[in-house]
Design a protein around this ligand. Sequence first.
Ligand SMILES: NC(=O)c1ccc[n+]([C@@H]2O[C@H](COP(=O)([O-])OP(=O)(O)OC[C@H]3O[C@@H](n4cnc5c(N)ncnc54)[C@H](O)[C@@H]3O)[C@@H](O)[C@H]2O)c1
Ligand SMILES: [Zn+2]
Ligand SMILES: [Zn+2]
Length: 367
Amino acid sequence: MRVRAAVLEEFGAPLVVQEVELAEPRAGEVLVRLVACGVCHTDLYTASGADPSGYAPAVLGHEGAGVVERVGDGVRSLAAGDHVVTLFSPQCRECAHCLDPRTNLCLAIREQQNKGLLPDGTTRLSRDGDPIRHFMGTSTFAEHTVMPEIALAKVSPEAPLDRACLFACGLSTGLGAAINTAKVEPGSTCVVFGAGMVGLGAVAGCRLQGAERIVCVDLSAARLELARGQGATDLLQGGPDSVQEILEMTGGLGADYTFEATGSVGVMRQAVEAARMGWGLATICGVAGKGETLDIVPRFLITGRRVAGSSFGGVKGRDQVPQLVDRWLAGELDLEPFVSHRLTLDEVNRGFELMEAQDGIRSVIDF
Ligand SMILES: NC(=O)c1ccc[n+]([C@@H]2O[C@H](COP(=O)([O-])OP(=O)(O)OC[C@H]3O[C@@H](n4cnc5c(N)ncnc54)[C@H](O)[C@@H]3O)[C@@H](O)[C@H]2O)c1
Ligand SMILES: [Zn+2]
Ligand SMILES: [Zn+2]
């Protein structure tokens, strides 16, 4: 079939929206009609050429939600009409990591996905017979996409897909960092650095876990106000003195849990140093620039602070994304403040501009 899609033709140049060819789903694959897709930093990072593992031509996009149209041979967990959220982090339910509760890093299709290929080593996307690669195994800046069954979370048909798409990346990452990675305990004190989609998700996750105090740190006053709406009890303007200020707010000891959601290695260090002696846990969510390293004075670790990294919030996508969506439908989460702009597919580059200007939390493409 012919579908309109936003193609990364050349690094550093705007995406080109055009018609491309999408082949039928093969065994274990699913054809999805996209309804909505968020525009995320990772798309821009790859489009800019900064990502050393990027490839072109490729159809970008990874924060998709849509409806299953057809399934390939052997697909049993999904059928036409099902509502789905796309997963750049799949869950095969069979590999050593999927069978272990300690991680969500499914091993099944990593190698091919990193090359922009579907699990059988080929693409369904093409133009004039030449293959176009699948970005993050998702390629959701398109009217339709073909994806592996194991990379789709079946969500409640009640969930409006124009907001459910937020669960495909940043929101689940932040929520999961608090719920799965840190396992925040009721009554605890938390500090979240960064109030973008990931940080705001972490604030909401700390609230759902019953944290008593949630300090949110950001450079933007407008974003800190959004954090208050998600459950932050204290707001702090970020800067070089953040650690000192947090120590003063917490009786000199620091927080039980800190979260870094900025991508800055300097802030990661602050997150470690603002964690409490004895048991404080710093959870790192941000993606640092190529080659950057995190400096930690070992004394902070010897005296009981711990550091954890969190990819997609430790969320096992097919099991847990539907649960998170249900919590939203039950009224435990307010997603309205996160959708700042609604765009058409043709306006996808405007989504990048808005993100670079830090205008709003998420732009969502409506198909
Ligand atoms: N681990 C994962 O699976 C995963 C998934 C999605 C995104 N990410 C990463 O998470 C990070 C956050 O993503 P986002 O979409 O929320 O980004 P964002 O750019 O929307 O938000 C980052 C926030 O950090 C704030 N900030 C910058 N410097 C600061 C400082 N010194 N002190 C306090 N706040 C500061 C900014 O003002 C901004 O509000 C990025 O690095 C992104 O690549 C990771
Ligand atoms: Zn994303
Ligand atoms: Zn697996």
